[in-house]
Design a protein. Structure first.
Lengths: 511, 1016
């Protein structure tokens, strides 16, 4: 068992700390003392020596916000790929087989169960139970049970942890999505990736530590899902596009070749260095370093998204060139959603290989208030193969032990059919359901081939080993060697954390 | 970790000795060190929530008293007898404190021991005590002192044996003032003349000039908008646009420019709707409360989000004016700041007593003044014309009388017109719209609205001899805007009206078309006259805008009277081919017999003429005389001019904005902040910790305290927080950090002020002698020697005070997101200086809008000068804000922000290096430089650097960029195609594209210098 960090030593010293304004000034101010060793290592780790030449009479206390930081204790996970299924997929049809529900298909729910429940659209007086039409099968040595809509993931069953007992506090999409990303359904808070990079930095030299990839239509939460909240914007997720210009403003202006960009930066660097020698403000040195990292990113990011070097078998396994099914739905279809999602999964692997700390793949939307028979197979078909391929690929490359892959959403969907018209008939959709939902995890020290928690006979309430969203986050941080109680940031007089006021580490998930 | 901790401790010690003399040494120690230690490690169990063993370490009485155990936690002056000391040092696990987590450190224990030995006195939290007018400290180096601020700052520096920094160079001072007060760069000429100005008050003149600039309101208004969480969209999933939100933004800019006193400025925003006969401006100010988010996603509970918005109003207001974070108390009693769960809901009750509503306001703050000015002018013009008309009437009196008499004779000759209800036997709509016949014989369209239509009516036994047909268009509540048309505004276009006579009701044979000679209506729209209904063109016709919502009629006169028999039918066709749902909603057809010889006269004129001359009123005589004059060759133009003036009276342009309205609601404490779990009812009330020194003023016990009472309470002279918190915020915008560094936290866990007396002096002056004038306060601060110091980091002090808590120099920081843009646009000459108005849409990289929910948002790039407006006018969509702003730490507007972060990231470098608007600025910059007709490359480069750096560059700097210019030149000479691409926009006339491109490649790097976007 790992030991936890000391009670007050692990809070990161940053901008709003009471006595030290930020880490950078802290190091600078103590350059003759304890900061010196750290300073040297920062410079080599970040490769920033080139930014400030040796003929400068004194090195400034350079420190990038993404400089790797020690964890509280050893943890197996080094990177996380969070695949966020925005809109809330139906756990009943994908992860949580309910024979009793199927038997009671078309029957009303006892009034006692409905008393204090509210819905977005269901008219509860006439709502009827709706069993899943999909067959479930056991996979692998572990016999993990998944819907027939997820055949490829079935192939990776022995690496998967299936959690069936999640529940959340939020009932509408945007607040629910904020809850899943930030630990609480409010605005202005840092997202998971922000906390992780704030706590640990990133070992990637040429790429941002926290990257976001999207496919499908826009999610309810938009850019608020990768915000850094009250943390500096250095910890915001950086949106990557999977084709063309990978990051906004990455390309030089038309007519400006790389060689002139380099020469320009040399001139700029010289002038800024001269200014630094006069003013001695470490921020100037930091600005020089930022421009150099930007320049490196200009070549690293296009290399990252260039998949030419990937083998044919890799491309095929991820389904990179798949055609979209014609006979199915697809909410707000983009035309290339299948390919785009597959690319994102492959890019996530390439990012992890290059040291990116947190990759958030956002896919929208699973908000199936109707037409589950065509919409759900479309979505499941889109994500099943690439995610399975990603897990297999990571494993084959020896990266799965240090990479945590999470498949999650903001909540689940009702075992009741949606009857927006108020008619007493079984519909084709399901409404929002915060009381129970499921998710998948793999890698990063998570116990594969296991199923955790359970819901009642009809999948309404999480009944066994209930897991709150804060517990999920606590456990994720734990795998990175971070104690969720001690990864805090003081803001407006309060020490905030990802797990708000809750969270417990679930030991049963851990190998 | 351990080493960091030791270091922290060392700084803590520095902190203790660094405290000012305003408070007794004991109080200081307690407030800066002991209370926060208790708060962090003890109060959870020994505080208002639990008080285990009877001990409450938030109260002196309890800490000194004999407890359940028989011991006393603190025995003043005797640490060894204090149970607290015994427990924190004990190795016995059954009694040691704290029972969980790390033990207290040796230093913490030592700190407690020292404090108890000195008496162990508790004191109230400094920020909750009254503001005192402090005595002026004595300083040795009084020559340095410019005003009282310096006296406080210098006193501390002298105690620390630190010299203040020298005054910054004039070129830095002018840059600093321009950046701080306007967010714009001074021009090289302005810099030069200021540097050269030898007069003693040169600096003060500059300050006054900048405070008068209208751009001051933009710069400081934007600071306020951060606090007000202003944005142009709803937030949450659908994130709908709020097209009128900008009106509040302009209200703020205008109020700041007019230096509206801060108390009034605040009270209007908090409670403007509660003034008796609230003005438009007061109502508009409450849009402050409407900057909360609105969730319109499907299936939301409206009450949940109303409560959510009310939480936000409560917490935002507390944060801005009290500097306190109340969020924790929403769910439970606040451990540290002694704010209970109940008190939270008492404060919440003030805001809960409101409704979201709309108000009509002027589109511009200055609209009303403009209206009065124009009205006055207009009135004078009319008077002038009237005078001339009166004169003419007298002159033509005889002619008028003769003409009138003649008309009377004419009228007597012929029979008068009569209208007859029609017996309608059939109504058909070509587009299949259904009509109901009403009791009055009219027809009302129902159901589907057709884009275009053609109605065919068949009337039986028309009256004879037929001289015309009247169509009456009528209003109805089922029609848009009450009709009479079905277009969304209630208008319609009758593109053509035709009529046929026949004996077959199906009009298959023997059809006689009727010929019409003229048409008249009681009212017609400009360019849609009655005669339009006689023409065959579909785009012409009769319409009635803007007089919708009223009945109207159109008469068509036949060329000759038509004899009809009883067994004949009349078919009337109403063609409505204009499109856009411009069809008639309700109408009635009447037939006409008889001829009126006065028909060609307007109704009013003919009825006046028919009146017996002996009973004709003065007005009727006027009507006749006016008409005569309008037809008379010598006076027609005069009459026309009067009509034109009457039709074009000035109006105030108005718009509807989201505001608040008072109401009363029962407020209950919500268990854990859940709107579904209401508990006990509470009344509006203020926080106890603040009410002791400053009670809420209400006229009598029956009066339910309102937001107005709350607002006035905030600004009562006894209030300990409002003035302190506000001066601290203003100070932080001018120094990069507050006197209380935790600008947003004046609570127990916030920082102790670096200069408590200075803070109180500023608060005292601001709220009293300065009458809450922000401009006076800002002037006072920027006039100080403290503000004017150089920002160079001095090696001699960096080690003692690394974060410049003592203000021994000015600070440097990168300007905010909007200003980064503004500087580039202003320096290059591209910037539009237009102030206010609807938010604009500067170019957005493709794909960004796709992030919005279900791609529901389209960014329509603004044309013309709106492409180059200041950053603060960029349309702010909460779920997908402009990436150029976000990259530079622009807040997301979802919560109130009192202090922006200032990060320094590679993404920012990519923006200013490669983003299109920044490229465009460098292209325009070259053009601007070439306007000076300078002799050499060196001169041109120097000019560019003077623009961006507001100082004279040295030879080394210029030389470095000359080298880059040479490199760029040689590249583009060999790559002309690239040069063409670089110079696609803003090319310089008579300059080769290779030369032009080389300059762009060079100046874009000059514009990327750290110094340009850093406020020195």
């Amino acid at each position: 068992m790992n030991t936890e960090g000391s009670a007050n030593g692990c809070q990161r010293l940053f901008e709003t700390g009471p006595f030290i304004e930020n880490r950078r000034e802290f190091l600078n101010s103590t350059a003759s003392g304890i900061g010196m060793a750290a300073l040297g290592s920062l410079l080599t780790e970040d490769g920033l020596y080139s930014a400030v030449r040796e003929n400068d009479d004194k090195l400034p206390g350079l420190d990038s916000p993404m400089t790797p930081q020690p964890s509280h204790f050893d943890g197996p996970a080094k990177s996380c790929i969070f695949i966020f299924m925005a809109g809330a997929p139906s756990h009943i049809d994908l992860f949580d087989p309910k024979p009793v529900l199927r038997k009671r298909h078309g029957q009303p729910l006892p009034e006692s169960m409905l008393k204090d429940v509210r819905f977005a659209f269901i008219k509860k007086g006439n709502a009827l139970l709706q069993g899943s039409p999909y067959r479930f099968a056991r996979h692998g040595e572990s016999g993990l049970e998944l819907s027939e809509l997820l055949p490829y993931l079935g192939g990776q069953a022995d690496d998967l942890l299936l959690v069936r007992s999640l529940h959340t506090d939020q009932f509408n999409h945007h607040p629910g999505q904020l809850m899943m990303q930030c630990g609480r359904g409010s605005f202005g808070l840092p997202s998971m990736g922000s906390w992780l990079t704030y706590g640990l930095g990133s070992v990637s030299r040429d790429l941002p530590g926290y990257v976001v990839l999207t496919s499908g239509r826009g999610s309810s939460g938009g850019a608020t899902l990768w915000q850094s909240g009250f943390l500096p914007s250095s910890y915001s997720g950086v949106l990557f596009r999977n084709r063309g210009e990978a990051v906004l403003n990455l390309r030089n202006p038309p007519g400006l070749p790389a060689e002139l960009q380099r020469k320009g930066l040399d001139a700029l660097g010289d002038a800024n260095r001269q200014r630094y020698r006069e003013i001695r403000d470490p921020e100037i040195a930091a600005r020089i370093a930022s421009f150099e990292l930007a320049y490196r990113m200009q070549s690293a990011a296009p290399e990252l998204i260039d998949l030419a070097g990937e083998s044919k078998s890799t491309r095929e396994s991820y389904g990179l060139d798949r055609k979209e099914p014609k006979n199915l739905g697809g909410r707000g279809k983009q035309g290339d959603t299948y390919q785009s999602f597959a690319r994102n999964c492959l890019l996530a692997r390439r990012m992890v290989e290059r040291g990116v700390r947190f990759v958030n793949i956002v896919y929208a939307s699973w908000d199936h208030h109707s037409n589950i028979p065509t919409e759900l197979p479309y979505n499941a078909g889109c994500v099943d193969q690439p995610i399975a391929a990603l897990i297999a690929d990571l494993k084959q490359r020896g990266l799965l032990d240090s990479t945590m892959v999470v498949w999650g959403s903001e909540f689940g969907r009702t075992p009741l059919g949606e009857n927006r018209n108020g008619k007493k008939e079984v519909g084709t959709g399901r409404d929002h359901h915060p009381f129970s939902f499921s998710m998948l995890m793999a890698g990063g020290g998570i116990k594969g081939g296991s199923t955790y928690g359970a819901t009642d006979d009809i999948g309404w309430h999480s009944t066994e080993n209930r897991v709150h969203v804060n517990d999920l986050h606590a456990t994720m941080l734990h795998q990175f060697g971070l104690n969720h109680l001690h990864l805090t940031h003081r803001f407006q007089g309060r020490d905030f954390r990802l797990t708000d006021v809750g969270g417990k580490v679930i030991q049963d998930w851990i190998t | 970790m351990f080493r960091i901790h030791v270091f922290l401790t060392a700084l803590v010690c520095l902190g203790i000795t660094g405290v000012g003399q305003a408070l007794g040494q004991q109080e200081n120690v307690f407030q800066s060190d002991i209370r926060s230690l208790f708060a962090q490690r003890c109060i959870g169990c020994h505080g208002p929530d639990r008080a285990e063993g009877g001990l409450r370490l938030d109260l002196q009485s309890s800490s000194f008293a004999e407890l359940e155990s028989g011991e006393r936690a603190i025995v003043p002056h005797d640490a060894d007898q204090s149970e607290l000391m015994r427990r924190i040092q004990s190795d016995d696990e059954t009694i040691q404190m704290p029972p969980e987590g790390a033990r207290l450190t040796t230093e913490e224990i030592h700190r407690l021991r020292k404090w108890i030995t000195a008496g162990g006195k508790f004191s109230n939290h400094w920020a909750f005590g009254p503001v005192k007018n402090p005595p002026m400290p004595v300083v040795a180096n009084s020559a340095w002192v410019s005003n009282s601020i310096d006296q406080f700052v210098l006193a501390k520096l002298e105690r620390k044996k630190v010299r203040p920094s020298a005054e910054a160079h004039r070129s830095i001072l002018i840059k600093r003032l321009y950046y701080d007060l306007l967010g714009l760069p001074p021009t090289p000429d302005e810099v030069e003349s200021f540097v050269a100005d030898q007069s003693a008050d040169a600096y003060e003149k500059l300050v006054d000039q900048l405070l008068r600039s209208q751009h001051f309101g933009e710069r400081w208004g934007r600071h306020w908008l951060d606090k007000a969480r202003y944005a142009d969209s709803d937030g949450y999933e659908k994130d709908r646009p709020r097209p009128n939100a900008w009106r509040y933004r302009d209200w703020v800019i205008n109020a700041v420019n007019q230096d509206q006193p801060f108390d009034q400025f605040s009270i209007y925003q908090l409670a403007g709707d509660l003034f008796t006969d609230a003005t438009r401006s007061q109502k508009l100010a409450t849009a402050f409360h409407r900057q909360t988010l609105t969730n319109t996603e499907g299936g939301t509970d409206r009450e949940q989000f109303r409560v959510e918005a009310t939480f936000d109003r409560t917490e935002t207001s507390a944060s801005i004016w009290l500097g306190l974070t109340l969020t924790c108390a929403r769910c439970h009693t606040h451990k540290y700041d002694q704010i209970s769960h109940r008190e939270y809901y008492q404060l919440y009750a003030f805001f809960n007593d409101s409704n979201e509503s709309n108000a009509t306001v002027d589109v511009k703050a200055t609209a009303n003044q403009e209206f009065l000015r124009k009205s006055d002018l207009h009135r004078k013009e009319i008077e002038e014309v009237n005078l001339k008309i009166t004169h003419q009437k007298k002159k033509l009196q005889g002619d008028i009388q003769r003409w009138t008499a003649e008309m009377i004779v004419q009228a007597a000759k012929e029979s008068r017109i009569r209208f007859h209800p029609a017996d309608c036997v059939d109504v058909k709509s070509s587009s299949g719209v259904d009509f109901d016949q009403k009791k009055d014989g009219s027809y009302l369209a129902k159901g589907r609205v057709a884009d275009k239509d053609k109605l065919t009516l068949v009337l039986k036994s028309p009256s004879s001899p037929l001289t015309g047909i009247r169509i009456e268009v009528l209003t109805d509540s089922t029609l848009p805007g009450n009709g009479p048309g079905r277009a969304p505004n209630g208008n319609f276009v009758l593109s053509e009206m035709r009529a046929y006579l026949g004996s077959d009701p199906n009009f298959k044979k023997d059809v006689i078309p009727l010929r019409f000679s003229s048409a008249e209506a009681d009212w017609s729209q400009d360019k849609f006259p009655p005669s339009g209904a006689l023409s065959k063109q579909n785009r012409t016709g009769w319409a009635i805008s803007p007089q919708m919502g009223q009945p109207h009629h159109l008469d068509l006169f036949t060329a000759t009277a038509v004899e009809c028999s009883n067994d004949q039918y009349l078919q009337v066709v109403l063609d409505q081919q204009y499109g856009g749902e411009h069809t008639i909603g309700r109408f009635r057809i009447l037939t006409m017999t008889g001829i009126d010889p006065l028909r060609t006269l307007p109704d009013q004129v003919s009825s006046s003429i028919r009146q017996d001359p002996s009973t004709r009123s003065v007005q009727q005589n006027e009507v006749i005389a006016d008409y005569f004059l309008s037809q008379h060759s010598t006076t027609a133009s005069l009459m026309k001019r009067r009509n034109h003036l009457r039709d074009n009276a000035p109006t105030v342009a108005e718009m509807s904005v989201r505001v608040m309205n008072p109401t009363q609601r029962t407020t209950k404490i919500l268990h854990r902040g859940d709107f579904l779990q209401p508990e006990k009812e509470v009344q509006p009330g203020v926080l106890n910790v603040l009410a002791n020194a400053n009670t809420l003023g209400i006229p009598n016990q029956d009066h339910r305290p309102s937001r107005m009472d709350l607002a006035k309470w905030l600004f009562s002279p006894q209030h300990p927080l409002t003035a302190r918190v506000t001066v601290n915020q203003i100070w932080s915008h001018l120094f990069g950090r507050g006197i209380v560094a935790t600008v947003n936290d004046f609570g127990v866990r916030g920082d102790f002020p670096s200069h408590p007396q200075l803070l109180d002096w500023l608060a005292w002056e601001f709220s009293r002698n300065m009458s809450w004038s922000r401009k006076k306060l800002i002037k006072c601060i920027v006039m100080s020697a403290t503000y004017r110091q150089s920002s160079v980091h001095r090696a001699d002090v960096v080690k003692i005070d690394p974060t410049n808590r003592w203000f021994w120099r000015q600070n440097r920081w990168r300007v905010s997101a909007e200003i980064v843009r503004d500087l580039h646009l202003a320096a290059s000459g591209l910037m539009s200086k237009k102030i206010g108005g609807p938010s604009v849409f500067p170019p957005l990289p493709t794909g960004v809008e796709k992030l919005s929910y279900a791609n529901n948002f389209k960014w329509k790039t603004s044309p013309g000068e709106d492409r180059y407006r200041r950053g603060m006018y960029t349309f702010f969509k909460r779920t997908s804000p402009h990436p150029n702003l976000v990259s530079f730490d622009c807040p997301d507007s979802n919560t109130s922000v009192l202090r922006r972060e200032t990060s320094n990231t590679p993404l920012q470098a990519l923006v200013t290096l490669n983003n299109d608007v920044y490229l465009e600025a460098s292209q325009a910059m070259v053009k601007r430089i070439y306007r000076w007709n300078l002799a050499s490359d060196r001169d041109r480069l120097k000019m560019a650097m003077r623009i961006c750096l507001t100082r004279q560059p040295d030879n080394g700097e210029v030389g470095r960029f000359l080298k880059l210019l040479a490199d760029a030149r040689s590249y583009y000479q060999q790559n002309e195609a690239d040069a063409e691409k670089m110079t696609a926009r803003h090319p310089v006339d008579d300059l080769s594209s290779t030369e032009n491109a080389a300059w762009i490649a060079t100046l874009r790097m000059v514009m990327n210098l750290d110094e340009f976007i850093v406020r020195d």
